[in-house]
Design a protein around this ligand. Structure first.
Ligand SMILES: *[C@@H]1O[C@H](CO)[C@@H](O)[C@H](O)[C@H]1NC(C)=O
Ligand SMILES: *[C@@H]1O[C@H](CO)[C@@H](O)[C@H](O)[C@H]1NC(C)=O
Ligand SMILES: *[C@@H]1O[C@H](CO)[C@@H](O)[C@H](O)[C@H]1NC(C)=O
Ligand SMILES: *[C@@H]1O[C@H](CO)[C@@H](O)[C@H](O)[C@H]1NC(C)=O
Ligand SMILES: *[C@@H]1O[C@H](CO)[C@@H](O)[C@H](O)[C@H]1NC(C)=O
Ligand SMILES: *[C@@H]1O[C@H](CO)[C@@H](O)[C@H](O)[C@H]1NC(C)=O
Ligand SMILES: *[C@@H]1O[C@H](CO)[C@@H](O)[C@H](O)[C@H]1NC(C)=O
Ligand SMILES: *[C@@H]1O[C@H](CO)[C@@H](O)[C@H](O)[C@H]1NC(C)=O
Ligand SMILES: *[C@@H]1O[C@H](CO)[C@@H](O)[C@H](O)[C@H]1NC(C)=O
Ligand SMILES: *[C@@H]1O[C@H](CO)[C@@H](O)[C@H](O)[C@H]1NC(C)=O
Ligand SMILES: *[C@@H]1O[C@H](CO)[C@@H](O)[C@H](O)[C@H]1NC(C)=O
Ligand SMILES: *[C@@H]1O[C@H](CO)[C@@H](O)[C@H](O)[C@H]1NC(C)=O
Length: 814
């Protein structure tokens, strides 16, 4: 979804080259012809994006049958014009709107951003970002966060939450939106998707898994239009994410499969092209992978302005055009829509079967009925309309019936929960000389422009210099109603010890100073340095350092303070070049914790909460160590030339570093605690005998062949706390496939984790379920998941490189 800022900068009244709507020349094949042939050596059998037609009808299987029958009954009563309204967005009070149909008692649909808060709202909570939630490695928290967000969307009258995110997955460390999602590991992200979707939908709100698929960079995610040209004048098409069949299945589709398995209502198709074809008209990914292979029963909604054709999108499997208008980000409804009236025309002239439109509506209304949104759903809070900069009232073309109380406070007691989530996702990376937890220091110095009050308001759209950073920018941000800063929380906590707290929040000043001239003559007992790293939608990160010369701030402080504790509030990966500095005694990655930021970090610093977060990504020694960078420039000027080759295939993040044996600073899964955990040997028990290599053919259920989701092995181990304090361990299980697996198989892949809360002296048994999919690879020839023959190695440990126990199993007998 685009952010309102582009409204100001853009003013571009251009539509896409593909906005040919439903004229007689439009054909689905247009979406699949390329200026340059794609390299089939690299792409293998995937080669290019083949046509998969027609779009499959929803069947409602997997428990949606009754809701589908209601949807079908509703559709039967619609005129063709009403049908076009049901699938084409209109400017209105929410960022996406489907108009009401009072004749049939349908109140319309309100769609709102985003993945960490209901963004277009007042008196709503700002939750921890996806990256923080992933760093908790806590399935309970992932659900609880989703449920609480769902409650707020519902209370504000939003039927559809544009959340959660698993595209980007995090192919590149530099991608600007990784923090909105969870982790570059598809298994961790898959669990996070499943838990979040279930949480949101249990609260009665439709979840949207986005952005489907291969949306791994922001640069050139949309076409470039000729500012002097006509509506068909595209200078450059959007970047094409060129992904081979095995990689798309084992990495990028994997977490979407979890979302579909959790019965997600909606999937948002992405801006960029996939293997040459735009995300919202790619019939291979939509009709093929999503609706056929995964058995998705909900609807595909376009990203904002990602609809570049009429017939090709409708036939290709898209079901809802958002926000409905023409042009960049769909911002020009006054110019019409490639759906809307064009859709009716296409049905009337026989180019598009009406049954395809009926299926769109059935897919849209089935989750609506399933979640009971036809019964007592709260009205859209009228204040949404006033806060909506994306489609302000002046842009509305239709009437909206805004009733019910305005400015509803929907926050409930979520602040306490957000504080707990923020602390649980805080990762302790270094802790020398027992620097942490703090032991009632009497003299504290606070440094850094991330410590204090925000100076540019509570709705962050720019990389502001002064003030703490609690979330990133773009449509995935939130509108804060309050923010607990680190400095405020430190001062409040330090008051209990009658401590002296001194502060310097100007990075330039700190860098240019001899800090011994700043503080009182005695060296402070602890120097807390708060640094930040901005990331936002629409731009990839230019570097992996902390912002605002944060590295120099650390050097300046650590030169004279032998107990320097560094805290980062960051979108994710920072390379931390000063990590080995002897005076940097502790490093804490606090990511984007949301509105309770200061309380959450102080809980950890003072030991009221024992840190238990673990990295959901790898921190390398150097930014140049990461592979798979975004495509940031092209050397040629052909319209089609923006190509991003995912030729690292399965080797992203730790899979790459492990394959290449590259030393890293802090590996995937790493995180320290204030206590000591021990792990026993592991035992693996087959749940079934006579396991076949391939799953038997079964009718597809949401998530694909249901046999992929059955447990084949259970792996058990004991975890104990042999330290002095209560804490939570995160035992992790990595699987190495046998040598018979095809070339390119990663050395080890995460296939189980659990968060275990333990009192001192306590031991708990943990069991990991290994599903058929967890033990399979995607076979491009057989077009199926295959369990390889031979010996698997199971590695259990505290990170992707710290193993405590191993076991070997043979799953299929040859
Ligand atoms: C396709 O890619 C392979 C592997 O990178 C390369 O060897 C080959 O030259 C490429 N072929 C074409 C036609 O570009
Ligand atoms: C979808 O259902 C309609 C009947 O409602 C039928 O005419 C059409 O052929 C079906 N489409 C597919 C792809 O099965
Ligand atoms: C658009 O027109 C301006 C003014 O004539 C010119 O400077 C610019 O290069 C043109 N841009 C393109 C992409 O043609
Ligand atoms: C149909 O699409 C074209 C662009 O291809 C647009 O100019 C026209 O306004 C659309 N018609 C309607 C009724 O939206
Ligand atoms: C407006 O909404 C209210 C409350 O949902 C409803 O009672 C009323 O009938 C609606 N009016 C129209 C014109 O749709
Ligand atoms: C920050 O410090 C620098 C260097 O001392 C100074 O030039 C700048 O004005 C300061 N900024 C503010 C906002 O005080
Ligand atoms: C910084 O100040 C301390 C204490 O006055 C002094 O010993 C040290 O030499 C100074 N460092 C520099 C680089 O001037
Ligand atoms: C660490 O701090 C002490 C002051 O406590 C200072 O003397 C020493 O030079 C510092 N070490 C480094 C490597 O900067
Ligand atoms: C820091 O230096 C002080 C003396 O300046 C010393 O008492 C203390 O032990 C040192 N702390 C560490 C962690 O080295
Ligand atoms: C990172 O790697 C690049 C390229 O090898 C090198 O130029 C640079 O000095 C390295 N940076 C650090 C901090 O090691
Ligand atoms: C870009 O296009 C221009 C003509 O529009 C051509 O003269 C130039 O050689 C092209 N540049 C490259 C790098 O292909
Ligand atoms: C990886 O590096 C370690 C330590 O340098 C070495 O012992 C090992 O043989 C290397 N493994 C591979 C596969 O290169």
């Amino acid at each position: 979804m685009a952010i309102a800022r582009y409204l100001l900068g853009g003013l571009c009244l251009y539509t896409s080259a593909h906005a040919q709507a439903f004229d007689s020349t439009a054909s689905n094949d247009d979406a699949f012809s390329y200026v340059q042939p794609l390299n089939t050596t690299i792409l293998g059998p995937y080669g290019h994006s083949p046509s998969v037609l027609p779009a499959p009808n929803a069947t409602g299987n997997g428990g949606w049958e009754d809701a589908l029958a209601k949807a079908r009954e509703f559709v039967a009563q619609l005129t063709l014009e009403e049908k076009a309204d049901m699938v084409t967005g209109q400017p209105g009070p929410c960022v996406g709107n489907i108009v009401a149909l009072p004749r049939l008692g349908f109140n319309g649909l309100c769609l709102q951003d985003g993945p960490l808060a209901i963004r277009v709202a007042d008196y709503a909570s700002v939750f921890a970002a996806g990256v923080t939630a992933a760093a908790t490695w806590d399935k309970g928290i992932l659900y609880e966060r989703g449920f609480a967000m769902g409650q707020e969307f519902r209370a504000k009258g939003a039927h559809v939450a544009l959340a959660p995110v698993c595209g980007p997955l995090g192919r590149s460390a530099y991608s600007g939106r990784n923090w909105e999602g969870f982790s570059p590991d598809p298994y961790l992200t898959g669990i996070a998707m499943e838990r979040t979707v279930t949480g949101i939908q249990d609260a009665g709100v439709q979840a949207t898994a986005k952005h489907y698929i291969g949306n791994e960079q922001e640069t050139q995610r949309n076409p470039t239009f000729n500012p002097n040209g006509s509506v068909t004048d595209v200078l450059f098409e959007a970047v094409s994410a060129n992904i081979d069949d095995r990689t798309i299945h084992e990495l990028y589709l994997w977490p979407f499969a979890n979302a579909v398995h959790a019965k997600v209502a909606s999937v948002m198709c992405s801006y960029q092209r996939i293997n040459g074809s735009y995300g919202c008209e790619n019939s291979k990914t939509l009709n093929g992978l999503l609706k056929t292979e995964l058995g998705f029963q909900g609807y595909v909604m376009s990203d904002w302005g990602a609809t570049h054709s009429g017939l090709a999108t409708a036939e290709g499997g898209m079901d809802m055009n958002m926000p409905g208008g023409l042009g960049m980000y769909g911002l020009y409804p006054q110019l019409g829509s490639v759906w809307g009236g064009n859709l009716t025309a296409a049905v009337n002239n026989g180019s598009l079967p009406e049954s395809r439109v009926d299926d769109m509506i059935i897919r849209i209304l089935t989750p609506y009925y399933l979640l009971g949104q036809d019964q007592d759903f709260p009205t859209t809070d009228p204040s949404s309309a006033d806060l909506n900069t994306f489609s302000p009232r002046s842009t509305w073309l239709r009437e909206f019936n805004l009733t019910g109380p305005s400015n509803r406070d929907v926050r409930d007691d979520h602040g306490a929960l957000i504080r707990r989530h923020g602390a649980a996702g805080t990762v302790l990376l270094k802790n020398e000389n027992n620097a942490l937890p703090l032991k009632s220091p009497k003299s504290i110095a606070v440094f850094g422009n991330d410590a204090g009050e925000d100076t540019q308001g509570f709705y962050n759209q720019v990389n502001f210099e002064y003030g703490t950073l609690s979330v990133g920018g773009g449509s995935g941000t939130g509108r804060l109603t309050y923010l607990i800063t680190p400095l405020e929380a430190v001062k409040q906590r330090a008051a209990q010890d009658n401590a002296l707290v001194q502060q310097w929040l100007n990075n330039t000043l700190i860098i240019n100073s001899n800090v011994t001239d700043l503080w009182i003559p005695q060296v402070p007992e602890v120097c807390l340095v708060f640094l930040k790293t901005w990331a936002e939608e629409g731009a990839d990160r230019p570097h992996l350092d902390v912002d605002w010369d944060g590295n120099d701030v650390v050097e300046s402080v650590a030169k004279y303070c032998n107990n320097t504790v560094v805290v980062t509030h960051s979108s994710g990966i920072n390379t931390l070049p000063w990590a080995d500095h002897p005076n940097v005694t502790a490093i804490v990655a606090a990511h984007y914790p949301g509105q309770e930021s200061g309380n959450a970090i102080v809980d950890v610093l003072y030991g009221d909460v024992n840190p238990s977060g673990h990295l959901p990504y790898t921190i390398a020694l150097n930014g140049t160590d990461y592979n798979a960078p975004p495509t940031t420039a092209i050397q040629t000027n052909g319209t089609d030339d923006w190509q991003s080759w995912f030729d690292e295939k399965l080797h992203i993040d730790y899979r790459y570093f492990d394959a290449e044996n590259i030393t890293v600073r802090y590996e995937f899964g790493f995180g320290l605690s204030y206590t000591i955990f021990n792990m026993s040997e592991i035992t693996a028990t087959a749940v079934e005998t006579g396991i076949s290599s391939l799953p038997a053919d079964q009718p597809t259920q949401p998530g694909g062949n249901p046999l992929l989701w059955t447990t084949l092995y259970q792996v058990s181990l004991d975890v104990s706390n042999s330290g002095d304090v209560y804490g939570a361990a995160v035992p992790q299980l990595y699987v190495s496939l046998p040598d018979s697996a095809p070339e390119g198989t990663p050395l080890r892949q995460l296939r189980g984790f659990e968060k275990v809360y333990l009192s001192p002296g306590e031991t708990q048994s943990v069991t990991f379920d290994l599903l058929r999919r967890d033990l399979s690879y995607w076979d491009v020839v057989q077009q199926n998941w295959v369990i390889p023959e031979g010996e698997f190695t199971l590695h259990a440990g505290w990170s992707s490189r710290d193993f405590q126990a191993e076991a070997a199993i043979t799953v299929v007998s040859s």
